[in-house]
Design a protein around this ligand. Structure first.
Ligand code: ADP
Length: 262
């Protein structure tokens, strides 16, 4: 919806017609609101682990001082909270970088087959710990696109990691190449990350790539999520003039598709 605000004093009477000047405030106010929400969210996300850290420091000064087992337990929790803050700051910096570079398309030749294979390899310990099997289905010959190798690697890592974290026990990563992809009307590669987990309720789908939006907040925090992963994915894909699609139904798993023009 568009909100128009009457700007007094700029109206003019011309030949009997009243010309009122309206200023479109929607975008400006929305941007202001979004910035306030963002600062509020970041503060909240940082304050939660900080409060826990302060609490544990106080406890360690007090009764837990003499109890070696309790001290160890508390230190492990504190390490976890500090790592959470570290991950959050890392994701904020990544997001900041990709948002500010959005208009420039990176131009390096990137071999997607190789990058996907190395993403799966890196995430193998995480998948094994959760009893998830991952498979990569890719053409025999390498598939190249133009882009930023580190950022594309980050896209695949975030999507496959999510599929492992929130999905069931199977993750399939499917890479295909089309001479003319209908979504971008150009030669393009498609990467699909498919899981057999509980899926995502349709009401969440349109907001999934918003910063700090979580479909299942409890699970996200439990898994150490920052709520920024898909926001980063969306901006990187946009930067590559690609498309990101999410299809899911409750109980039917989820399919995240990235389409990258050659
Ligand atoms: P987070 O750090 O919480 O994982 P993301 O931005 O990566 O943040 O994802 C946003 C939310 O989308 C997650 O909190 C989770 O609820 C949901 N989500 C992402 N991927 C999946 C998936 N494969 N299956 C179910 N839910 C998912």
């Amino acid at each position: 919806s568009v909100t128009l605000r009457y700007v007094p004093g700029i109206g003019a009477v011309a030949g009997g017609a009243v010309l009122a000047c309206f200023e479109d405030i929607t975008e400006r106010e929305q941007a202001g609101q979004m910035r306030r929400d963002f600062v509020g969210n970041v503060s909240h996300e940082l304050r939660t682990p900080l409060t826990a850290l302060i609490g544990f420091i106080e406890t360690l000064r007090g009764p837990a001082k003499e109890d070696a087992a309790a001290r160890d337990r508390f230190l492990t929790i504190m390490e976890g909270e500090a790592s959470r803050m570290n991950r959050l700051v890392g994701d904020l910096l990544s997001l900041n970088r990709v948002e500010s570079e959005e208009r420039v398309r990176p131009r390096e030749k990137v071999d997607l087959t190789g990058h996907l294979a190395s993403t799966l390899k890196t995430l193998t310990p995480v998948a094994e710990a959760r009893g998830t099997t991952m498979v990569l289905e890719a053409p025999d010959e390498p598939v190249f696109v133009t882009g930023d190798p580190d950022q594309l690697q980050q896209v695949f890592t975030n999507l496959v990691e999510n599929a492992v974290k929130y999905g069931g026990d199977q993750v399939r990563v499917v890479l295909t190449y089309t001479e003319r992809d209908p979504a971008v009307r150009a030669p393009a590669a498609r990467v699909q990350v498919i899981d057999n987990g509980p899926g995502i309720d349709a009401i969440h789908l349109p907001r999934l790539t918003e910063r700090f939006y979580r479909a299942d907040s409890h699970r996200s925090r439990e898994m150490g999520g920052t709520g920024l992963g898909l926001a980063i994915v969306k901006h990187i894909v946009n930067r590559h003039r690609g498309r990101l699609r999410v299809e899911s139904e409750l109980g039917q798993g989820a399919v995240f598709t990235v389409i990258l023009p050659e």
